[in-house]
Design a protein around this ligand. Structure first.
Ligand code: NAD
Length: 280
């Protein structure tokens, strides 16, 4: 049974995962290498919880939730967690390094999950000595308002690990969509080529940023257009997922747009850097 949850990476996704787990009563240890990221995450969680008080949460509930989150820069503090959810930067060598260290740091029997958007769970699991305990738990952004978690079973993920993880998703009052372990799983297999194609269309001068977004938003009844969404996800993450699809399937149809690559090289990462297809 899960009582203690570890979250690795205190960025956009990590702070949201820590938020929902603490809100539903789990003790959370939030780990990051960067102290400013931990400070920023705690401030963001408090701000988002305060916002929820407008929808009926009380000040006491906010304090209780905040009290369940313990920030740390020491991975050893994750030792007693029943499940750890990794949400560090989408970079394959980094995921492998983190999973190796995490495997050695957490207690026997603990589940280690990855929030990766696209890196094969089977490959991540293979660097550990507990591949049966490794699973993909792909939360959507922003975590506190999105009701879906994509769950990905690696080649060796056990039925027990799957059942325990599914129970956690239900406890968080979220829906689950199960996907096979192929690059991009199912959500990003469809979403990222659409965003990438929007960037190609922009680069080819087919339409302006606002027109591409307006066309898709109003014309296909979406909450936001693909370029707004790209800024929201982070252009570095969009590029990383595109490359995983491109390399994983060895199919030129997934080739990342050169404009996307150039923007990432320039440090235009979207909302998190203050500039992307729009300015923030
Ligand atoms: P982010 O850039 O906001 O945060 C990444 C965090 O990882 C940072 O706080 C950074 O300090 C930390 N980090 C980097 N190296 C580390 C290390 N060695 N040890 C500990 N922490 C380290 O990224 P994000 O958008 O939160 O994405 C995190 C993961 O979630 C990625 O795998 C991404 O693909 C996935 N994801 C992202 C989205 C999205 O919309 N952004 C949606 C679903 C899944």
């Amino acid at each position: 049974m899960i009582k203690h949850v570890g979250v690795l990476g205190a960025g956009q996704m990590g702070n949201g995962i820590a938020h929902v787990c603490a809100q539903f009563g789990y003790n959370v240890v939030l780990f990051d290498i960067a102290a400013p990221q931990l400070d920023k995450a705690l401030a963001t969680i408090r701000q988002n919880l305060d916002h929820q008080t407008l929808k009926g949460a009380t000040a006491e509930m906010v304090e209780e939730t905040m009290g369940r989150i313990r920030p740390t820069q020491d991975m050893a503090d994750l030792a007693d967690c029943d499940i750890c959810v990794e949400a560090v930067t989408e970079y394959q060598p980094l995921k492998f390094e983190i999973f190796k260290k995490l495997d050695a740091a957490v207690k026997e029997g603990a589940i280690i999950a990855s929030n990766t958007s696209s890196i094969p769970i089977t490959k991540i699991a293979a660097v550990t000595k507990r591949p049966d305990k490794v699973i993909g738990l792909h939360f959507m952004n922003p975590v506190p308002v999105m009701n879906l978690v994509e769950v990905i079973r690696g080649h060796a993920t056990s039925d027990d690990t799957f059942a325990t993880t599914a129970a956690l998703v239900a406890k968080l009052e979220m829906e689950m969509a199960v996907s096979q372990d192929y690059p991009g799983f199912s959500v990003n297999r469809v979403l990222i080529p659409m965003i990438n194609e929007a960037i190609f269309a922009l680069d080819e001068g087919i339409a302006a940023v606002e027109d591409i977004d307006k066309g898709m938003e109003l014309g296909t009844n979406r909450l936001m257009g693909p370029l707004t969404l790209a800024d929201f996800i982070g252009l570095d993450t969009v590029l990383a997922i595109s490359n995983v699809l491109y390399v994983g399937f060895k199919d030129p149809k997934y080739r990342p747009s050169p404009l996307l690559e150039q923007m990432v090289n320039a440090g235009y990462l979207g909302r998190k850097s203050g500039i992307g297809f729009y300015s923030y």
